[in-house]
Unconditional design. Structure first.
Length: 318
């Protein structure tokens, strides 16, 4: 504790500075200073307690200010094989093609995305694309309709969806692709090999919000990779005896920074109300693999792949 000076010294001041008059106190102020310090420390303690209970970690940035620390990027190390697998397909699919153990698929390459089409189910089993940072909004007009994909044997036509109660659900999105890749890429999202039956409450509300989220993340983190597709259970239900109706859908978002990768995984059932929060559908990649039979990120080092795929993470906020 600083002691009260017995003989005051003349204060040193800069030229033209204000010179306060020194007044010698009549009584010692040592106890008053002690009480003041105790009160200040108590106030700081209360502030730190309140901040710590809010879930934020305080860090001091100056003598009189406290800054709330934002959670840092947490991911798993990226190995060379994983990088090479991504680059092999134009860096559009993170980690290369997902492995389908139970279905024979036809790999379809498009300008902005790849898909694995199942002739048996007449659905894509997975679709993969990358969204880069983009400014502005899509100015391209929405195409007038969906075209059959002549690269498939099924050549499903758009009209079979009429009066079924199902929407034509994009797996690779229209607007985000149009803004980043142009008209040709946009038209390729309107082929029927990119379409699955989705109930309106899912397609027009929850799924749309999830597409907006991945766009927002791509603008914030420079780029985001997406792998998405349908989930089928053992009970087969066909739409007009042609297209199998999925029971749910998955979506995996991947973000790489400083040689580390993190993931967000979702499973969305068909029977949503449309009012749910996206956080209600967070899951792990392991659970998606269990329900689809797909194997993701196979070239990744096993130790780090196991950790990444087992996690159920919260939304990215850093």
């Amino acid at each position: 504790m600083k002691q009260h000076p017995q003989t005051p010294k003349k204060p040193q001041h800069k030229k033209n500075a204000y010179k306060p008059r020194y007044v010698k106190p009549k009584k010692p102020v040592g106890p008053i200073i002690v009480i003041a310090i105790i009160l200040v420390l108590a106030g700081i303690g209360v502030g730190i307690y309140l901040l710590s209970n809010s879930g934020e970690k305080p860090t001091r940035t100056s003598k009189n200010s406290v800054k709330v620390q934002v959670p840092k990027f947490v991911g798993q190390p990226v190995n060379q094989e994983l990088k090479e697998a991504s680059l092999k397909y134009g860096n559009i699919i993170y980690g290369g093609f997902p492995i389908c153990a139970s279905d024979t698929v036809n790999i379809l390459q498009n300008t902005a995305y790849y898909s694995a089409y199942s002739e048996k189910r007449r659905n894509p089993l997975w679709v993969a694309y990358r969204l880069d940072c983009a400014t502005g909004t899509n100015q391209l007009h929405r195409p007038g309709g969906f075209a059959p994909d002549n690269r498939t044997k099924a050549r499903i036509r758009s009209k079979i969806y009429k009066n079924t109660g199902y929407d034509r659900g994009h797996m690779c999105p229209n607007s985000a692709i149009a803004l980043r890749y142009g008209r040709k890429a946009q038209l390729e999202t309107f082929v029927m090999s990119n379409v699955v039956p989705q109930k309106p409450a899912l397609n027009r509300h929850v799924w749309e919000r999830l597409e907006r989220l991945e766009e927002a993340y791509s603008n914030k983190y420079e780029n985001v990779w997406v792998i998405t597709g349908p989930i089928f259970d053992d009970h087969i239900e066909l739409m007009k005896k042609q297209v199998e109706i999925p029971d749910a859908f998955f979506k995996i978002l991947l973000d790489e920074q400083d040689n580390k990768v993190r993931a967000l995984a979702f499973i969305l059932p068909q029977d949503v109300t449309g009012k749910e929060s996206l956080t209600d559908f967070l899951t792990s990649i392991d659970e998606i693999e269990r329900r689809t039979g797909l194997n993701f990120l196979e070239p990744m080092t096993d130790l780090y792949e196991d950790k990444l795929e087992a996690e159920i993470t919260s939304m990215w906020v850093d």
